[in-house]
Structure formats: structure tokens, C-alpha cells
Design a protein around this ligand. Structure first.
Ligand SMILES: Cc1cc2nc3c(=O)[nH]c(=O)nc-3n(C[C@H](O)[C@H](O)[C@H](O)COP(=O)(O)OP(=O)(O)OC[C@H]3O[C@@H](n4cnc5c(N)ncnc54)[C@H](O)[C@@H]3O)c2cc1C
Length: 380
């Protein structure tokens, strides 16, 4: 039985035990095909209420707490890691609208996204603004009642298929050092071009896009929140998203552990199951400690978020630890499975290994998490 810190978690685990195994074979199939968004899986996940799981009920979502959300993401990632992205990205993308948008923007964008009828994207990263996300070079010029936007975004989850994006850019208002703002941009606005990036290592069917914007014109009423506050909105969104990646990593790590236990008991070499070998036992022990620690750090961050406390430090700690724990676990799982782990037709380990790696890169690299953590302890 997986450890719960609250009674609300078990019903979600029970629901996912029914639903998760339906996604797994579909994911294996999509993984073998050229990178393309898995519309069929996205629909199943949306119909299950998982795409708007944490979105407030009055905006068409499930109104679940963050603790419930991370439990759902952990379980989803256990069965199929890319499915946890298919579920999470829309909630990440509409977060800024929920908390900083006008009533009109909330009503327009969030309900269709929460139901999976529209696909949103969170467009922050640029070719020259990765870890240095404030270095935005996309610019919106004010011309009468419109913004005219030019620039390029890269590595945008679901960017190739998005119906709309929360676009972060600088507004050229004549000031010497314009600050980052957030603007709502339709995915099909004239001047928007979108592509899926190819040859992604893992998480293939939750696609990642490149978007160029050439003289894209939207009304100035599409500004989200206040001018110049976009970077803060993005960072607040990322705090929550990091807890989600911690949950995803925990699910991947837990799956790697369970597969390893099963395999170690059944695989015989030298006349006995390899589970009898101390070398294997120690790997299982080390994996299990990391899974449990990742889980607890993730739940702690989610509970602080639910309590309305500042949780940026705990989000970074959970994301850093859980993603590196997942890396450790998929690596040890492959070692335990030997050749049957390395070759995808024999086990899920090869896929888990590829799907895991990005968790140490997106929503801020491990190095950036260490910067955030150290700054929290050392400032002042
Ligand atoms: C699959 C995928 C999905 C993504 N989804 C989205 C999305 O939906 N929306 C979005 O806006 N972005 C998204 N990203 C972008 C992601 O957040 C960036 O890739 C990430 O922030 C790192 O930026 P970069 O790739 O440009 O690496 P760089 O910033 O160029 O970093 C290269 C290396 O230098 C290190 N480094 C950089 N600066 C420092 C520093 N100050 N101290 C120590 N080390 C440092 C990094 O840790 C890394 O090891 C996604 C990326 C991927 C791969």
C-alpha cells in the first residue's frame, strides 16, 4: 500500500488503478510512431476529468486540491509518463489566467481548456532565454489599440497544436528597460507558425513545439494582468508546475522500483533468482528510499501550496530531489534488467529511461533548482 498523508489520496489511487492500465498500451504504440500529439489519449484523459483536475469548479474544472493533483499525476506517470504531461500542461498553461486574468479572460479561456476542448500552451522559453528566462527578445509594439508581436518561442509543450497561448514577451512602450508581460495569443492568429520538434528522446506523444510570431496583431485588451508583471506570473506558475514534475518523477521512480522487484524475483541466474544476490538487493533498497523520500517532499510542497503558504523553496527541493531520484531509479532498473531492460520489446524500462530524463531539464534545470534553493537559504 502506497503511503498517504491524507485520506483524500486513496480514492484517487483507486481511480487511477482502473484508468492507468488503459493508457499504457496506447502509449507504447504512440511511442513507436513519429512524434505527434496523441489526440486520442488526450481525449481519454480529458474525459476522465484529469485535464482540468485542479482548475476551480466554477471555471469548469474538478476543483481538486494540489495534494490530490500530485497524487493523480504520480499515479498517471506510474502507468504512462507522457500521459501525466498530457494532463498537466493545460493546467500549467491556464494557471496565470486563473490567478491574474480578468473575469472575462477566465470565462473565455479556462472552461474549454479544463474540458480538453481547447489546448493551451505556456510560452516562455526562447532560443536565447532558457534558464535566463527574463532575457525575453519577443517584443509587442503598441499600435493604436493593438499589440503587434514579433519573436520566437522554443520547447513549448503542446505548442504545435495549441489553440491559444499565454505568451511572455516585452512590451515596447518607449521605456528604456521594458519588463516582461503576459499576453493572450490565439494559436491560429495570422503570423503565428507552429511546429512539433522532432527526434525527442522521450515523452514523444506529449509534443513539444517551436512557435514563430511575425507581425501577429492582437488587441491590447489581451494583456494578462498588469503590464510588466509577466515574469512574476511565470515564476509563480512554475512553482506549482515544479511540484507536478516532482510527482511525475515519483511515479516514474516507483514504477522502476516495482518492475525491478518483479523482475529480480523471476529472473534466475546461477540457479537462483537474482533477488538472492546482495548486489541486486542493495540496488532495490537504495531505490526504495529515494521513492519514499521523493514522495514525502512532493506531498509536503503540495500541502504548503494548499495551505496558501510560500512554497517556492519546497517546490524546488521536491523537483530537484524527485527528478534526480527518478534518474537513479530508472538507471538501476535498467541494470537489474540487463539486456531485457535495454531492449524495448522486452520491458518498459527502456521507455521509462527515455521518458524520465527531461524531468531534470524542464520547469528549470537541476542547476536552476539548486540556485533557487541556495538563494532561499543564503539571502538576507
Ligand atoms: C521537453 C521540453 C518541454 C518544455 N516545455 C516548456 C514549456 O511548455 N514552456 C516553456 O516556456 N519552456 C519549456 N521548456 C523549456 C525548458 O524550461 C528549458 O529547456 C530549460 O529552462 C533550460 O533552458 P535551455 O534548454 O535553454 O538550457 P540553458 O539555459 O542554455 O542551460 C544549459 C545548461 O547550462 C546550465 N545553466 C544555465 N544557467 C545556469 C546558471 N545560472 N547556473 C548554473 N547552471 C546554469 C543549465 O542548468 C544547463 O545545464 C521545455 C523544455 C523541454 C526540453
Amino acid at each position: 500500500m502506497t503511503y498517504n498523508v491524507s485520506d483524500v489520496q486513496q480514492p484517487i489511487r483507486d481511480m487511477m488503478k482502473e484508468f492507468g492500465p488503459k493508457l499504457e498500451p496506447l502509449g507504447r504504440k504512440h511511442d513507436q510512431q513519429p512524434d505527434a500529439f496523441a489526440h486520442d489519449m488526450f481525449k481519454m484523459i480529458a474525459d476522465q476529468g484529469l485535464v482540468g483536475f485542479v482548475v476551480p469548479k466554477e471555471l469548469g474544472g474538478g476543483g481538486h486540491s494540489n495534494l490530490e493533483y500530485v497524487t493523480m499525476i504520480e499515479e498517471l506517470a506510474y502507468y504512462d509518463a507522457p500521459s501525466s504531461l498530457l494532463a498537466a500542461v493545460s493546467q500549467l498553461a491556464v494557471h496565470s489566467i486563473t490567478y491574474f486574468g480578468s473575469d472575462e479572460q477566465r470565462k473565455k479561456y479556462i472552461p474549454p481548456a479544463a474540458k480538453g476542448e481547447q489546448i493551451p500552451a505556456f510560452a516562455l522559453t526562447e532560443p536565447n532565454a532558457g534558464s535566463d528566462a527574463a532575457n525575453q527578445q519577443t517584443v509587442a509594439k503598441i499600435e493604436g489599440d493593438n499589440f503587434v508581436i514579433n519573436g520566437e518561442k522554443i520547447f513549448i509543450m503542446h505548442g504545435d497544436v495549441c489553440n491559444f497561448m499565454v505568451l511572455f514577451c516585452k512590451i515596447d512602450d518607449g521605456s528604456e528597460r521594458p519588463r516582461v508581460s503576459a499576453i493572450m495569443v490565439p494559436g491560429d492568429a495570422p503570423g503565428v507558425k507552429k511546429w512539433a520538434l522532432k527526434q525527442k528522446m522521450g515523452m514523444k506523444y506529449a509534443t513539444t513545439g517551436r512557435i514563430t510570431l511575425e507581425n501577429v496583431t492582437v488587441p491590447t485588451t489581451n494583456l494578462l494582468g498588469e503590464k510588466g508583471r509577466g515574469f512574476r506570473y511565470a515564476m509563480e506558475t512554475l512553482d506549482g508546475a515544479r511540484v507536478g514534475i516532482a510527482a511525475q518523477s515519483t511515479g516514474i521512480a516507483a514504477r522502476a522500483l516495482d518492475e525491478s522487484i518483479k523482475y529480480a524475483k523471476s529472473r534466475e541466474q546461477f540457479g537462483a533468482p537474482i533477488a538472492k544476490l546482495q548486489a541486486i538487493q542493495w540496488m532495490i533498497a537504495d531505490m526504495s528510499v529515494r521513492v519514499e523520500a521523493a514522495r514525502l517532499l512532493t506531498y509536503k510542497a503540495a500541502q504548503m501550496q494548499d495551505a496558501g503558504e510560500r512554497f517556492g523553496l519546497q517546490a524546488a527541493q521536491a523537483k530537484l530531489y524527485a527528478s534526480e531520484a527518478a534518474n537513479f531509479c530508472v538507471d538501476r532498473a535498467m541494470q537489474i534488467h540487463g539486456g531485457y531492460g535495454y531492449i524495448g520489446e522486452f520491458s518498459i524500462i527502456e521507455k521509462l529511461y527515455r521518458d524520465q530524463r527531461v524531468s531534470e531539464i524542464y520547469e528549470g534545470t537541476s542547476e536552476v533548482q539548486r540556485l533557487v534553493i541556495a538563494n532561499n537559504y543564503l539571502r538576507g
